[in-house]
Design a protein around this ligand. Structure first.
Ligand code: 5AD
Ligand code: SF4
Length: 440
């Protein structure tokens, strides 16, 4: 028996799909290569933006005829879309051929529901309160090569006015530091070379535990574990990303100098209405401190255009900020209203204005990324080989400590090794290099 999982959205979801796979492997399933080949088809959905939601709707809908010809295939929808208010019921009404709809808070029920699933009606299981500590209780079938994801916390308390996450993922819950460290030691013993700590707001890790634990302490403890590995984390919130954490990163030799620090907007008025709780000046002072302590840092960001009421001046301030910080890369988004969030009922701005702004922002960031790429030319960096680069046969690729992807000639057997690589060519965001020496 085989399973096929389609994942939408962020790294948290990618990792959650590893847990779904782990549960299915545990009850005797193995991975399939297509819908046709699978006995159970899982859609792990995301509702953070309407693009992700539309894609999931389209893909689920497209399975209607497959289900008609193969009624024994079990179709499961999980993830954030099911956890929205009324979301599960809406999905069941729109796609009556779906067998199981499972909320993020009830993911652990999947095996039992799959094994019981011999009835015709859609089974909906969505709990409003998160009860299970997913990563403690669920088996994980890791799929991300050299990197192992580890959740350090769930949920978010921030209520940015555009964001649906706190409504579908609940309040912040940190995992005990001992459990996180045990997971880290476990994946290192399995041979993983990179660990990425996951949370919606990793900087507030520990604040709900009230035992003095905080993110800086967690980083310090993990960083001190013997062995050659890299440590990454995401996502940080500028209001909580403090100097203590920056000092820990700067003084460690295995926490990557690659920081994802979403700014969202470069206008103080928009930031205020987004409920982000920092100003552009505060953000820039954190960036200055990071750059002072780690001149080789790669800072990436999330930036949104078209938030309700964003004027051309507000947008130009965002462009100004992008020019000042010079992000190594940025995820740029068009704001999309999310039902039930405060910003959804504010006055919206026209979609052609949003489109013009995103085009200009993407061009600006691409130019900066290209300029920064050129600065890598001729220098040598340690990279961790992650995968083959399917675009160029006979090559593999890996990241610098600062997070830039480098392609080199080489065999798949290099995956998992650290190499010193000299950068010989840059093409917009892509870097190409040659191997100087093989590390550990
Ligand atoms: N519309 C567009 N982008 C959004 N994001 C979150 N909510 C929305 C929304 N309603 C973006 C933010 C966040 C990233 C994960 O997704 O930039 O940092
Ligand atoms: Fe959403 Fe803001 Fe929480 Fe990030 S910090 S998940 S943008 S509410």
């Amino acid at each position: 028996m085989k399973y096929f999982i389609t994942t939408y959205g962020c790294q948290m979801n990618v990792h959650e799909s590893e847990k779904i796979a782990g549960m299915l492997v545990d009850i005797g399933y193995s991975s399939a290569s297509s819908y046709e080949d699978a006995d159970i088809i899982v859609f792990n959905t995301c509702c953070i933006r309407d693009t992700a939601e539309k894609r999931a709707f389209g893909n689920i809908g497209a399975l209607k005829s497959l289900k008609r010809t193969h009624p024994d295939k079990i179709i499961v929808v999980v993830g954030c879309m099911t956890q929205q208010k009324g979301g599960a019921e809406a999905l069941a009404a729109k796609f009556p051929f779906v067998d199981i709809i499972l909320g993020t808070n009830s993911l652990d029920r999947l095996p039992i529901l799959v094994q019981e699933k011999r009835i015709r009606k859609t089974v909906i299981s969505v709990a409003s309160d998160p009860t299970v500590d997913l990563s403690l209780e669920l088996p994980i079938y890791r799929t991300s090569g050299t990197n192992a994801w580890i959740n350090i916390m769930y949920g978010c308390n921030n209520y940015c006015t555009y964001c649906i996450v706190p409504y579908v993922r609940g309040r912040e819950r940190s995992r005990a530091i001992g459990d996180v460290i045990a997971d880290v030691k476990q994946v290192l013993s399995e041979g993983y070379k990179e660990i990425t700590l996951l949370g919606q707001n990793v900087d507030s890790y520990g604040s709900d535990l009230q035992d003095g634990t905080n993110f800086a302490l967690l980083l310090k403890e993990i960083s001190a574990i013997p062995g050659k590995f890299r440590l990454r984390f995401m996502t940080s919130h500028p209001k909580d990303f403090d100097r203590e954490v920056i000092d820990v990163i700067a003084s460690s030799n295995n926490i990557c100098h690659n920081i994802h620090l979403p700014i969202q907007s470069g206008s103080n008025e928009i930031l205020r209405r987004m409920n982000r709780k920092y100003t552009v000046e505060q953000y820039l002072s954190i960036v200055d401190y990071i750059k002072e302590k780690m001149p080789d840092v790669g800072i990436t960001s999330d930036i949104m255009v078209g938030f309700p009421g964003e004027t051309e001046e507000d947008f130009l301030e965002t462009c100004d900020l992008v020019r000042k910080v010079r992000f190594s890369n940025a995820f740029t988004f068009i704001y999309s209203p999310r039902k039930g969030t405060p910003a959804a009922s504010m006055e919206q701005i026209p979609s052609d204005v949003k489109k013009s702004r995103i085009t200009r922002l993407v061009k600006l960031q691409n130019d900066i990324t290209k300029e920064l790429s050129d600065e890598y030319l001729g220098n040598t960096y340690e990279i961790l080989v992650e995968d083959v680069n399917p675009k160029y046969p006979g090559t593999v690729c890996g990241r610098t400590d600062s997070g830039r992807l480098v392609t080199i000639k080489g065999e798949p057997s290099l995956i998992g090794s650290f190499l010193d690589v000299k950068i010989t060519k840059s093409r917009s965001a892509s870097l190409f290099g040659e191997i100087l020496s093989k590390g550990e």
